[in-house]
Design a protein around this ligand. Structure first.
Ligand code: ZN
Length: 131
């Protein structure tokens, strides 16, 4: 990835290096749950399992995050709502992806907690499936 400084960030933000890359590659700490959420989307897009593990709360973290060769191509992210409330936050988003030649959208409300100054992903709910 020699040219990554001029690549747009998969999350739709600025250049990767200045957007999610500083969290994923350089270990900077996201200041908000939305920044963490964006960087986790980018980690999925880049198949960066170690970053997903590191930012997943220990209470809900799977043994191995699913980022392997699953045939999913992530197409874009739209953050709908970010609701911070002290050391907890929710981020509602729509992520578009393609698998098996078909386009899909994932509409999720993710829950985050902050411990020792670091945000962690806890779990998510799916508003459209509950209706
Ligand atoms: Zn980004």
């Amino acid at each position: 990835m020699a040219k990554k400084e001029v690549q747009p960030c998969p999350c739709g933000g600025a250049a990767y290096e200045r957007c999610c890359g500083r969290f994923i590659d350089r270990g900077e700490i996201p200041g908000t749950a939305e920044q963490l959420m964006r960087s986790r989307y980018t980690a999925y897009a880049l198949r960066c399992a170690s970053y997903l593990t590191a930012t997943w709360h220990t209470s809900t973290r799977p043994a191995e995050p699913v980022t392997g060769d699953d045939g999913i191509k992530w197409l874009g992210l739209e953050v709908k709502k970010h609701v911070p409330a002290g050391d907890e936050a929710t981020v509602e988003f729509v992520a578009r992806y393609k698998t098996g030649g078909r386009a899909h959208r994932l509409h999720e409300v993710s829950r985050f907690v902050r411990e020792d100054g670091k945000w962690f992903y806890v779990d998510g709910s799916f508003p459209e499936r509950q209706q």
